[in-house]
Each structure stands twice: as structure tokens, then as C-alpha cells.
Ligand binder design. Structure first.
Ligand SMILES: *[C@@H]1O[C@H](CO)[C@@H](O)[C@H](O)[C@H]1NC(C)=O
Ligand SMILES: *[C@@H]1O[C@H](CO)[C@@H](O)[C@H](O)[C@H]1NC(C)=O
Length: 334
């Protein structure tokens, strides 16, 4: 456990050093996406849990979902946990000393099986607070599991996970934020940030030799629930995923569980945004093929080997409500 959680910290230090050096000489060069190495189990498998849209001090069933994550995490002996953003409601954290971090994270996900590395990205609600605080390594001194970055890559022997900061894509947060303030420090101007990110992602994906390529972001790509499809992502991110043979796009944002299959590619769209407040009561079909929709709280697990992938969806009782698996054959003869 300690070896596991130390590896990303060492990697992070190196990356920050490179970023610092690059930015002092060439202010606008885009540094390559930070990378972390995640070991797999000795039997060649990897398992993880993914949950989004959760930090509410345990309310709205957050604690019940957390308890079931602990139980399933133990059953599967998960290697790490993914947070898909909207980590702290309603407006992110106020600073690195915000007690809401411990109240909504440390004191809630207490199960032994969840004392692993957490890889977190930001959601739109996180951008309404002090974003730099959520990204600050000082939080790891309070809870060593926490690793939150805007966009980064987790390398494993069976899969590569590409975490993408999707909030800056969405124009309405910039143009019509209404009463909300979005913290765009180190992001603005938008177009430069988004096009650099897409370029970095495209090159990382095209170099990838991983069996399973998994892209994770906060915002929906395809969704039948409240927020629906995120147009900016369908327009700009989806073509890159299709061109590079991505298998899964995993997101939060809509507070429900969804599985939608693309009509034009092998991509599966997975929503796991049921970390706390749910039951929105919206159902609005999209152009792609709906496999599963559950409007309540829950989370997913992902189990991977070089030849197989399995996704399981759980509700607030930890009951399996849907599952999907896929296999890849290795035919090396031509
Ligand atoms: C969160 O819960 C703790 C413990 O129950 C309480 O002391 C604190 O005031 C709550 N915080 C908020 C923001 O509701
Ligand atoms: C918590 O989960 C139970 C079981 O699904 C449900 O009946 C209840 O309405 C949920 N509470 C909230 C606040 O969503």
C-alpha cells in the first residue's frame, strides 16, 4: 500500500520539476501530460472503482455509497480509486485549510479497501472554488490518498487511463456563468488551453500501445439524463477518441449511472456520477444506443486483464444493477 501511494508522489515531483524548468524558459510551451505508473496484481489483472459527484459531507446517501464502495473494493481488492470530478459541493474548496476536504473525503471513505491511491480530476463545481487548493500537494499531507490534477495519464501493464480536464471546454461557464465565479487561473485563455490539451492527448493516444485505452473526464459525452450530451466534447474530443481506437469514455456530471454504446465506433460511454445527490427524474434519449440507465446513486468497478475488460454498475445497496464485458483476441499471425 505504501509503495503504491509513494510511486505517484515521486513521479509528480519529477513532472513538476520539468514543468517548472520548461515554463521558466518557454512560457507558452505545452508540457507533456504528467504520467504515473500503477502496478498491476501478480495474476495480471487490475481493478478499480470510479465514482463522481460526491462531496456533500456524507449527505444525500454519500456515506451509503462510500460504505458499499468499501465492501466491493474489498471483494475486488481494488488497486486504486478514480474520482470523476465535482469532488466538493457546491463550490469546491475555499483553500487548502478548508475542513470540508476532511469532512467530505477523509471522514467518509474510511473503509480499509479504499485506503489506496485516489486519482481525481476536477468538475465544474470544483472550478467554482479555489481550484489551485484542490490541486495543491498540501492536501496530501492531510490525506495521502489524494492526487488531483487537471489532465494526466496513468500507465499500467494492461491499460492506459487518460484523464482529461473537461470543464474549460464548456463555453457557457465562460460566457454566461450567471451568479457563479469560475476560477480560470492557469487556464485562460480558453482556446489556447483546449487546443493544447487536445494536441497533447492526441499524441499520447496515438503513441499508446495499450490493449485498453480509457479516457476519463467529468463531463458527459453521451447522456440521456439532465445535462445530456456535452456539445463541445462531441465536437472536439470525440473525433480524437474515435481516431485512436479508444475503448471507453468514463464520466460523471449527470448524477446517475449510464451505459451507452456508440453507433459509429467501438466506444462505450459510461456515466458514474451517482456519488451523492441523485434522482433527477430526467430521461431524454440520445442518438447512440442506450444499454442501461439508472437514475439513483451508485458507482462502478472496472476489472481488466490484457484480454478482458469488465464493467460492473452498483446501486446504493451495493447490488449489481448492470454489467458489460468485452474481450480482445491476440492473433499475432498475419
Ligand atoms: C459536516 O459535518 C460535520 C460533522 O457532522 C459538521 O461538524 C460540519 O459542520 C458539517 N459541515 C457542513 C459544511 O455542513
Ligand atoms: C437514499 O437511497 C435510498 C435507497 O435507494 C432512497 O430510497 C433514498 O431516497 C435515497 N436518499 C436520497 C436523499 O437520495
Amino acid at each position: 500500500m505504501f509503495a503504491r501511494s509513494m510511486a505517484p508522489l515521486g513521479g509528480l515531483f519529477l513532472v513538476l520539476l520539468v514543468v517548472a524548468m520548461a515554463s521558466s524558459t518557454v512560457p507558452f510551451s505545452s508540457a507533456a501530460l504528467p504520467r504515473f505508473e500503477q502496478p498491476i496484481k501478480s495474476d495480471g489483472s487490475l481493478s478499480l472503482l470510479a465514482v463522481g459527484d460526491w462531496g456533500r459531507n456524507g449527505t444525500f446517501n454519500q456515506s451509503r455509497v462510500a460504505f458499499q464502495m468499501g465492501r466491493i473494493g474489498d471483494d475486488l481488492d481494488v488497486d486504486f480509486v478514480v474520482s470523476l470530478g465535482d469532488n466538493f459541493y457546491e463550490d469546491g474548496l475555499t483553500g487548502v485549510d478548508d475542513k470540508f476536504f476532511e469532512e467530505s473525503f477523509t471522514s467518509i471513505y474510511t473503509a480499509k479497501s479504499l485506503q489506496k491511491q485516489w486519482y481525481a480530476i476536477l468538475g465544474n463545481h470544483d472550478y467554482r472554488g479555489d481550484v489551485l487548493a484542490q490541486l495543491d500537494p498540501a492536501l496530501r499531507e492531510i490525506d495521502s490518498r489524494w492526487l488531483c490534477m487537471r489532465s494526466f495519464i496513468v500507465d499500467t501493464e494492461v491499460a492506459q487511463l487518460f484523464f482529461v480536464d473537461t470543464t474549460p471546454f464548456v463555453k457557457k461557464y465562460w460566457k454566461t456563468p450567471n451568479k457563479h465565479h469560475y476560477d480560470w487561473r492557469e487556464v485562460a485563455p480558453r482556446e489556447k488551453y483546449v487546443s493544447n490539451l487536445l494536441k497533447e492527448l492526441d499524441s499520447a493516444l496515438s503513441e499508446s500501445t495499450a490493449t485498453w485505452k480509457i479516457v476519463l473526464g467529468h463531463h458527459t459525452m453521451r447522456s440521456v439524463s439532465d445535462h445530456g450530451d456535452t456539445e463541445e466534447l462531441v465536437e472536439r474530443l470525440l473525433p480524437i477518441l474515435e481516431a485512436n481506437g479508444v475503448d471507453l469514455y468514463v464520466n460523471g456530471h449527470d448524477h446517475c449511472l449510464e451505459h451507452i454504446s456508440s453507433n459509429d465506433s467501438p466506444i462505450q460511454f459510461i456515466t458514474s456520477g451517482g456519488g451523492s445527490k441523485a434522482w433527477r427524474g430526467v430521461f431524454d434519449p440520445t442518438v447512440d444506443k442506450l444499454q442501461f440507465f439508472y437514475d439513483g446513486q451508485g458507482f462502478i468497478s472496472l476489472q481488466l486483464t490484457k484480454s478482458q475488460a469488465k464493467i460492473v454498475f452498483y446501486d446504493v445497496f451495493g447490488t449489481v444493477v448492470h454489467q458489460w464485458s468485452a474481450a480482445k483476441n491476440f492473433n499475432f499471425f498475419m
